[in-house]
Design a protein around this ligand. Structure first.
Ligand code: PEP
Length: 246
């Protein structure tokens, strides 16, 4: 089933989250043929979990720490997220890599912890504009995937991957669907090499300036098995349009 995920980033208070979810649930139907996921900030997860309980819309977090508990000031663990009803966690978003200096090694530890806890990670990968211009897109994406999945190659079927070219995130300039398809096909080849026989169980999502106006262009392609949406997911009507666009 294709996955349409909302990454709210550092947006929305608890009361704004309540308003959003009440509106959003009225705008989407039973969602029998697609999976829909909201990833609010940590502070909104408790109330979001209560409102989404017994609905078809899933709850996820935007980040996690890899230890279960302890002296890690400011961090949030996977058991904490699980108790709030999170079934997904976004791992290795380019903003975390760039602004918070998250390394491939840390991302790998987070993925291992997600698998141990039974929470499905969405691993984000993608090249910067200078990588693309230097013809390094495939190399960068492959390296990110191999390092992130190091030692857990056998479990690729418990992970989804979001291809998010950094230059397309929050810029209003998406990749063309054709460029995205090319990278998605490549990612599937890498997965096949890492874990022969399990290809197809890792969904490859596209993210980067997806809007209600362009979502169906991406979803026309079978290689694009879902979307990760930032800015356009902040308004319930806009995100519902994306969810209902294919
Ligand atoms: C994102 O944050 O993952 C993202 C794709 O953002 P935007 O849709 O705003 O480009």
């Amino acid at each position: 089933m294709r996955l349409i995920a909302a990454n709210w980033k550092m947006n929305k208070t608890v009361s704004e989250t309540e308003d959003y979810i009440k509106k959003f649930l009225k705008l989407v139907g039973k969602l029998e043929d697609r999976e829909v996921l909201l990833c609010p900030p940590f502070t909104s997860l408790y109330v979001a979990g209560k409102l989404l309980k017994d609905t078809p819309v899933k709850l996820g977090a935007q980040n996690c720490f890899y230890e279960k508990s302890g002296a890690f000031t400011g961090e949030v663990s996977l058991p904490m997220l699980k108790e709030l009803g999170c079934s997904y966690v976004i791992v290795g978003h380019s903003e975390r890599r760039r602004i918070f200096c998250e390394s491939d090694e840390v991302i790998n530890k987070k993925l291992v912890a997600c698998l141990e806890e039974g929470i499905r990670p969405i691993l984000c990968v993608g090249e910067r504009i200078e990588d693309r211009e230097a013809g390094m897109t495939f190399k960068v994406v492959e390296t990110q995937i191999r390092l992130a999945l190091s030692g857990i190659e056998k479990y690729t079927d418990s992970v989804d991957i979001a291809y998010e070219p950094v230059w397309a995130i929050g810029t209003g300039v998406p990749a063309t669907p054709e460029d995205a398809v090319e990278v998605h096909r490549f990612i599937k080849e890498v997965l096949k090499d890492l874990n022969p026989g399990s290809e197809g169980r890792t969904r490859v999502l596209y993210g980067g300036s997806v809007k209600p106006e362009n979502a169906s262009e991406f979803m026309k392609h079978e290689e694009i098995e879902g979307l990760l949406v930032g800015g356009a997911s902040l308004d319930p009507e806009s995100f519902a349009k994306i969810v209902n666009s294919f």
